[in-house]
Design a protein around this ligand. Sequence first.
Ligand SMILES: [Zn+2]
Ligand SMILES: [Zn+2]
Length: 347
Amino acid sequence: MTNLPTGIVGDDTERPANIVPQVARWPSAHRIRKAEFVGDPHFPPVANGLDYLVSVVDLLERDSGGSPARELKYAVLHLAAGAEVLLKARLLIEHWSLVFTHPGQATREALEDGSLSSCSPDETRQRLKNIVGITFTGREEQALKDLARSRNALQHWGLTGEQARASVVASTTARVLNFLVAFVEDHLLPWLQAPELSEAREEMRHVRDGLAFIEEYVRERMKDLAPRLGPVRRSTVQCPLCRQWALVARGYEDAQDVDDLDIDDMFNVECLFCTERLTPREAAHEYAGVILGHFGNEEAFDLTPEVHTCPQCQHALLIQGAATAAAPDRPVDFCFACATAPVASRS
Ligand SMILES: [Zn+2]
Ligand SMILES: [Zn+2]
């Protein structure tokens, strides 16, 4: 088991006792300078990061003899820790001070003894972009944000079902691992030398196999859902929680008397993949925020340019620029309240 400097991963990161690195070990700081770094035979962060990823795929692949909830929880925590360590490993290569919250106040002592205050995941991405010159696609940024969301949602997991958690975790993990595998290949492995390089390659094979397994799980579940999703393609959009095209707006199909309905009491928007159920208003908010990237405040939601009053049902829950599973590439005006046949978006 490789060891992790305590300050590199956020201090609130939980790890099960048997996986917690017991002793923080770090090469003496002078060896982390770029010039000396290339030949350094004991560079730990890449091995540490990959170790977390191996743990993630093992936890998700494991034939759940123990508590699946516990395994999912640690899969999310380890994925977050692995992403953080691997992204910061590239910052360390650039310059060791860059992993500090305030690089100007960085000291080698703090790095060595792990007492540093380390930069946040957002700052890490920012520095990789601005200083190292690494570009992240929108999808990659979103995958990392979703991971942060899943991690923050852990404390609310008592409220959701087992199937829901497993689906969201698998879906998010597949996307984050896809990104991390490419990141390690492109931005970290070129800096490693034998024997670390061959060890890292071995770990990467393990992670890639695990990734294939997780993606297969997601595909199989979507295939199982196809008979239910097929007939409702025109009222199905991408789910803001799990990102699958499985969020179905039911409209008022079961309602007896439409005039008496309070739509905020109706949880008639449901994701068949992750089993999340939302009211039309919640669904419209989440969709506009997460999928379309519009994070307006709740009060001003009705005034944002993407939101319109639906000509069919008069609720201001018609989202412009949405896309349904029937035509994922064609933006439409979609009403989360009545889910009426969408019309092409004006733009
Ligand atoms: Zn979902
Ligand atoms: Zn409507």
